[in-house]
Design a protein around this ligand. Structure first.
Ligand code: NYM
Length: 229
Protein backbone atom coordinates (compact mmCIF):
# COMPACT_ATOMS: atom_id res chain seq x y z
CA UNK A 1 0.00 0.00 0.00
CA UNK A 2 2.96 2.33 -0.52
CA UNK A 3 1.23 3.76 -3.54
CA UNK A 4 -1.97 5.09 -2.04
CA UNK A 5 -0.57 8.59 -1.80
CA UNK A 6 -0.90 8.94 1.95
CA UNK A 7 1.57 6.47 3.33
CA UNK A 8 5.23 7.25 3.34
CA UNK A 9 7.96 4.79 2.54
CA UNK A 10 9.93 2.99 5.20
CA UNK A 11 13.59 3.62 5.98
CA UNK A 12 15.19 0.21 6.38
CA UNK A 13 18.84 0.04 7.38
CA UNK A 14 21.15 -2.96 7.11
CA UNK A 15 24.22 -2.95 9.32
CA UNK A 16 27.10 -5.29 10.01
CA UNK A 17 30.80 -5.92 9.60
CA UNK A 18 32.49 -5.83 6.23
CA UNK A 19 31.60 -9.04 4.34
CA UNK A 20 28.64 -9.71 6.62
CA UNK A 21 26.27 -10.11 3.68
CA UNK A 22 24.57 -6.72 3.60
CA UNK A 23 24.81 -6.42 -0.15
CA UNK A 24 23.39 -9.92 -0.74
CA UNK A 25 20.64 -9.27 1.76
CA UNK A 26 19.67 -5.91 0.35
CA UNK A 27 19.54 -7.25 -3.20
CA UNK A 28 17.30 -10.02 -1.91
CA UNK A 29 15.08 -7.66 0.07
CA UNK A 30 14.56 -5.32 -2.89
CA UNK A 31 12.60 -7.71 -5.16
CA UNK A 32 10.77 -9.08 -2.12
CA UNK A 33 9.41 -5.65 -1.22
CA UNK A 34 8.73 -4.79 -4.85
CA UNK A 35 6.76 -8.02 -5.03
CA UNK A 36 4.54 -6.60 -2.29
CA UNK A 37 3.74 -3.73 -4.61
CA UNK A 38 6.00 -1.18 -2.95
CA UNK A 39 8.17 1.36 -4.65
CA UNK A 40 11.68 0.62 -3.35
CA UNK A 41 15.19 1.96 -3.84
CA UNK A 42 18.50 0.57 -2.74
CA UNK A 43 20.88 3.12 -1.20
CA UNK A 44 24.24 2.78 0.45
CA UNK A 45 26.58 4.80 2.63
CA UNK A 46 29.17 5.95 2.03
CA UNK A 47 27.63 7.30 -1.16
CA UNK A 48 30.83 7.61 -3.18
CA UNK A 49 29.21 9.62 -5.98
CA UNK A 50 29.36 12.98 -4.24
CA UNK A 51 32.38 15.22 -3.69
CA UNK A 52 32.44 14.27 0.00
CA UNK A 53 32.03 10.63 -1.07
CA UNK A 54 35.09 10.92 -3.30
CA UNK A 55 37.14 12.14 -0.37
CA UNK A 56 35.91 9.21 1.70
CA UNK A 57 36.65 6.77 -1.09
CA UNK A 58 40.16 8.06 -1.51
CA UNK A 59 40.74 7.77 2.25
CA UNK A 60 39.44 4.19 2.29
CA UNK A 61 41.70 3.30 -0.62
CA UNK A 62 44.68 4.65 1.37
CA UNK A 63 45.21 7.35 -1.24
CA UNK A 64 44.85 10.11 1.33
CA UNK A 65 45.40 10.51 5.04
CA UNK A 66 42.86 12.18 7.27
CA UNK A 67 42.61 12.79 10.97
CA UNK A 68 40.17 10.34 12.61
CA UNK A 69 37.73 13.08 13.56
CA UNK A 70 37.85 14.58 10.10
CA UNK A 71 36.95 11.34 8.36
CA UNK A 72 34.32 10.69 10.99
CA UNK A 73 32.66 14.01 10.19
CA UNK A 74 32.96 13.40 6.44
CA UNK A 75 31.05 10.13 6.80
CA UNK A 76 28.40 12.03 8.72
CA UNK A 77 28.38 14.91 6.20
CA UNK A 78 27.87 12.33 3.46
CA UNK A 79 24.62 11.32 5.20
CA UNK A 80 23.63 14.95 5.70
CA UNK A 81 24.07 15.78 2.04
CA UNK A 82 21.56 13.05 1.16
CA UNK A 83 19.11 13.89 3.92
CA UNK A 84 16.68 16.07 2.01
CA UNK A 85 16.49 13.70 -0.95
CA UNK A 86 15.94 10.89 1.52
CA UNK A 87 13.05 12.76 3.10
CA UNK A 88 11.53 13.58 -0.28
CA UNK A 89 11.67 9.94 -1.37
CA UNK A 90 10.19 8.65 1.88
CA UNK A 91 7.40 11.23 1.83
CA UNK A 92 6.54 10.39 -1.74
CA UNK A 93 6.01 6.76 -0.75
CA UNK A 94 9.32 5.20 -1.73
CA UNK A 95 10.80 2.71 0.69
CA UNK A 96 14.57 2.92 1.05
CA UNK A 97 16.80 -0.03 1.85
CA UNK A 98 20.03 1.51 3.05
CA UNK A 99 23.25 -0.47 3.22
CA UNK A 100 25.04 1.14 6.25
CA UNK A 101 24.01 4.29 8.07
CA UNK A 102 24.82 6.09 11.34
CA UNK A 103 25.47 2.83 13.17
CA UNK A 104 28.48 2.17 10.93
CA UNK A 105 29.62 5.71 11.63
CA UNK A 106 29.47 5.10 15.37
CA UNK A 107 30.84 1.55 15.43
CA UNK A 108 33.80 2.10 13.07
CA UNK A 109 34.92 5.43 14.52
CA UNK A 110 34.60 4.34 18.13
CA UNK A 111 36.51 1.16 17.28
CA UNK A 112 39.38 3.49 16.38
CA UNK A 113 39.20 4.92 19.89
CA UNK A 114 38.29 8.51 19.18
CA UNK A 115 39.62 11.00 21.67
CA UNK A 116 37.51 11.14 24.78
CA UNK A 117 38.43 14.71 25.71
CA UNK A 118 37.04 16.08 22.47
CA UNK A 119 34.00 13.97 23.10
CA UNK A 120 33.45 15.67 26.46
CA UNK A 121 33.93 19.14 24.98
CA UNK A 122 31.43 18.42 22.25
CA UNK A 123 28.68 16.94 24.31
CA UNK A 124 28.06 17.40 28.07
CA UNK A 125 24.41 16.75 27.25
CA UNK A 126 24.50 13.95 29.83
CA UNK A 127 22.25 11.89 27.67
CA UNK A 128 24.74 9.39 26.27
CA UNK A 129 27.80 7.60 27.58
CA UNK A 130 30.97 9.57 27.01
CA UNK A 131 32.66 6.88 24.94
CA UNK A 132 30.08 7.17 22.23
CA UNK A 133 28.65 10.63 22.69
CA UNK A 134 30.95 12.49 20.33
CA UNK A 135 30.53 10.03 17.53
CA UNK A 136 26.77 10.13 17.84
CA UNK A 137 26.37 13.90 18.05
CA UNK A 138 26.79 14.68 14.34
CA UNK A 139 24.10 12.10 13.58
CA UNK A 140 21.43 13.94 15.54
CA UNK A 141 18.83 15.37 13.20
CA UNK A 142 19.29 12.79 10.47
CA UNK A 143 16.23 10.72 9.68
CA UNK A 144 15.61 7.88 12.10
CA UNK A 145 15.22 4.49 10.48
CA UNK A 146 12.02 2.51 10.88
CA UNK A 147 13.98 -0.70 11.08
CA UNK A 148 17.65 -1.47 11.64
CA UNK A 149 18.76 -4.98 10.87
CA UNK A 150 22.16 -5.97 12.17
CA UNK A 151 23.68 -8.99 10.45
CA UNK A 152 25.60 -10.52 13.28
CA UNK A 153 28.46 -12.64 11.99
CA UNK A 154 31.62 -13.76 13.79
CA UNK A 155 34.48 -11.61 12.43
CA UNK A 156 36.46 -14.77 11.59
CA UNK A 157 33.64 -16.05 9.38
CA UNK A 158 33.31 -12.72 7.62
CA UNK A 159 37.06 -12.73 6.95
CA UNK A 160 36.79 -16.16 5.33
CA UNK A 161 34.24 -14.98 2.79
CA UNK A 162 36.27 -14.41 -0.32
CA UNK A 163 38.75 -12.25 1.52
CA UNK A 164 38.64 -8.53 2.09
CA UNK A 165 39.08 -6.04 -0.70
CA UNK A 166 42.12 -4.34 0.78
CA UNK A 167 40.43 -1.12 1.86
CA UNK A 168 41.26 0.54 5.11
CA UNK A 169 39.45 -1.19 8.05
CA UNK A 170 39.30 -4.54 6.25
CA UNK A 171 41.44 -6.47 8.72
CA UNK A 172 40.34 -9.13 11.12
CA UNK A 173 41.75 -7.44 14.23
CA UNK A 174 39.99 -4.19 13.48
CA UNK A 175 36.74 -5.92 12.52
CA UNK A 176 36.79 -7.63 15.93
CA UNK A 177 36.89 -4.19 17.53
CA UNK A 178 34.08 -2.95 15.30
CA UNK A 179 31.97 -5.96 16.35
CA UNK A 180 32.63 -5.08 20.00
CA UNK A 181 31.51 -1.54 19.38
CA UNK A 182 28.34 -2.59 17.60
CA UNK A 183 27.73 -4.67 20.72
CA UNK A 184 28.38 -1.68 22.98
CA UNK A 185 25.82 0.25 20.93
CA UNK A 186 23.39 -2.58 21.40
CA UNK A 187 24.00 -2.93 25.13
CA UNK A 188 23.93 0.79 25.93
CA UNK A 189 22.09 3.00 23.52
CA UNK A 190 19.69 0.48 22.11
CA UNK A 191 18.93 -1.14 25.44
CA UNK A 192 15.55 -0.29 26.88
CA UNK A 193 13.97 0.68 23.58
CA UNK A 194 11.24 -1.56 22.42
CA UNK A 195 10.36 -2.40 18.87
CA UNK A 196 6.97 -0.92 18.14
CA UNK A 197 6.92 -2.07 14.55
CA UNK A 198 6.85 1.41 13.03
CA UNK A 199 6.99 -0.31 9.66
CA UNK A 200 3.36 -1.07 10.15
CA UNK A 201 2.53 2.61 9.77
CA UNK A 202 4.78 2.88 6.78
CA UNK A 203 4.01 -0.16 4.71
CA UNK A 204 1.54 -2.29 6.59
CA UNK A 205 4.17 -5.02 6.76
CA UNK A 206 5.75 -5.32 10.20
CA UNK A 207 7.36 -8.59 9.14
CA UNK A 208 9.45 -7.19 6.35
CA UNK A 209 12.52 -9.00 7.64
CA UNK A 210 10.93 -12.08 6.07
CA UNK A 211 12.49 -10.91 2.84
CA UNK A 212 15.97 -11.57 4.17
CA UNK A 213 17.84 -14.85 3.97
CA UNK A 214 17.93 -16.24 7.51
CA UNK A 215 19.81 -19.34 6.49
CA UNK A 216 22.33 -17.60 4.30
CA UNK A 217 25.39 -19.88 4.18
CA UNK A 218 27.62 -18.88 7.10
CA UNK A 219 26.45 -18.26 10.48
CA UNK A 220 25.04 -14.93 11.34
CA UNK A 221 21.99 -14.30 13.37
CA UNK A 222 19.80 -11.40 12.39
CA UNK A 223 19.14 -8.93 15.18
CA UNK A 224 16.55 -6.25 14.81
CA UNK A 225 17.23 -3.00 16.62
CA UNK A 226 15.11 0.08 17.05
CA UNK A 227 16.65 3.40 15.99
CA UNK A 228 18.86 5.25 18.47
CA UNK A 229 18.21 8.80 17.30
N1 NYM B 1 32.23 3.22 7.22
C1 NYM B 1 31.02 3.38 6.62
C2 NYM B 1 32.61 4.02 8.29
O1 NYM B 1 33.70 3.87 8.84
N2 NYM B 1 31.75 4.99 8.72
C3 NYM B 1 30.53 5.19 8.14
O2 NYM B 1 29.79 6.08 8.57
C4 NYM B 1 30.14 4.35 7.04
C5 NYM B 1 28.84 4.55 6.37
O3 NYM B 1 33.38 2.49 5.34
N3 NYM B 1 34.57 -0.55 5.98
C6 NYM B 1 33.17 2.22 6.70
C7 NYM B 1 32.70 0.81 6.73
C8 NYM B 1 33.37 0.15 5.55
C9 NYM B 1 33.76 1.31 4.66
O4 NYM B 1 31.84 0.78 3.32
C10 NYM B 1 33.14 1.27 3.29
P1 NYM B 1 31.30 -0.20 2.16
O5 NYM B 1 29.97 -0.66 2.68
O6 NYM B 1 32.34 -1.30 2.05
O7 NYM B 1 31.23 0.65 0.92
Amino acid sequence: NGHNGNSRGALIVLEGLDRSGKTSQSSRLLPYLEGLGLSVELWRFPDRNTYVGEMISSYLANKSQLDDRTIHLLFSANRWEKRSLMETKLRSGTTLIVDRYSYSGVAFSSAKGLDIEWCKVKTCLSCYKHEISFVQAPEMGLLAPDLVVYLDIPPEKAAERGGYGGERYEQLEFQRKVAEHYKILHDTTWKGHCVDAPLEHATGRPDTVDGLIPSHPACYTIKVFPPFF
